[in-house]
Design a protein around this ligand. Structure first.
Ligand SMILES: [Zn+2]
Length: 304
């Protein structure tokens, strides 16, 4: 089985791979509980494990494998975990936009969404010296206006949607935006996150079991070359000792296949842009919005 539009990756690699880390940290307890967050010590400590313990461990692994990868960090976390973010930037990794304090864009008015996006971009630029080129909407909760706002603010890519195995173009009202698609199958939330204070109560799986799901996606892409494997992991989740030891084994295996190109999402997006410019690849195009003017008959509405 072949992909409909396999991407020619650098050096003949079969799969482009990106281990992306969403460093939400304790933004989650604040957005859920407001001023009562100070009474949520257990959840707060669990989340702060990310910047305090897991990120230094993750950075060490990336140094050992000589990899640069992409981190998506709410602007509030950039301000409140500045030392950790400094270490990420110092090691040459990419920092993308991930909300101000992990608010869901599709729960905000257009004006609020755009205002907080602009404020967050400023914070990211101030702390990292660079405007973010990529967006991942918190919990993938992109609004109908998010693609327009991203294109308007000069973002190169988004990585919140799930519409393909390969990069594709979102046609927005403000121009094109490249989508680097993700999947719940390579997200660490469903197999691991048990957090009663945040209303998530999945039964934590053994690392081998979680890895089985993540790697099924990878092996499928090796079998049908030209696709993109993006993990969406969280330092406080996947950076815990047993899980991260398993990730290191995974990385050894992936590198050992000789089939992968590990890159930041910005590098992957720039590669696609270069291929387009040379007329060596034409991405599929999705015109937004998806569902303008759809009318469900009143008597059928909600009867799913
Ligand atoms: Zn997040």
């Amino acid at each position: 089985m072949q992909l409909a539009r396999p991407v020619p990756w650098p050096n003949g690699a079969k799969v482009a791979c990106a281990i992306t880390l969403d460093m939400d940290a304790d933004s989650l307890v604040h957005i859920h509980h407001g001023s009562n967050a100070q009474n949520k010590l257990s959840a707060t400590s669990m989340l702060r494990y990310g910047p305090e313990v897991a990120v230094p461990r993750i950075l060490e692994t990336f140094r050992n494998f000589d990899l640069k990868q992409s981190f998506f960090i709410p602007a509030w976390c950039i301000e409140n975990h500045a030392k950790t973010v400094e270490a990420i930037v110092e090691d040459g990794h990419e920092i993308g936009y991930h909300g101000y304090i992990h608010e869901a864009p599709n729960s905000l008015s257009e004006a609020l969404e755009y205002d907080w996006m602009c404020r967050s971009i400023e914070i990211i630029e101030k702390h990292t010296g660079k405007r973010p080129r990529g967006n991942r909407s918190p919990l993938y909760h992109m609004s109908a206006k998010t693609p327009d706002f991203l294109a308007k603010e000069g973002f190169l890519y988004d990585t919140s949607l799930m519409g393909d195995d390969v990069p594709y173009i979102l046609e927005t009202g403000q121009g094109d935006l490249l989508e680097l698609p993700v999947s719940w199958a390579t997200d660490d939330w469903p197999p691991y996150v048990h957090a009663p204070d945040l209303n998530y109560m999945f039964a934590p799986q053994a690392p081998d079991r979680a890895m089985e799901i993540f790697m099924a996606e990878f092996e499928a892409l090796r079998h049908s070359p030209g696709g993109l494997w993006i993990s969406v992991w969280h330092p406080f989740v996947s950076g815990r000792l047993s899980r991260w030891q398993r990730v290191e084994k995974m990385m050894e295996y992936m590198v050992g296949t000789g089939d992968v190109w590990f890159a930041t999402l910005e590098e992957i997006a720039l590669h696609i842009q270069g291929l387009e410019a040379d007329e060596r690849y034409t991405p599929r195009r999705d015109r937004l919005p998806y569902s303008k003017g759809v009318q469900v008959p009143e008597e059928l509405l909600g009867k799913s």
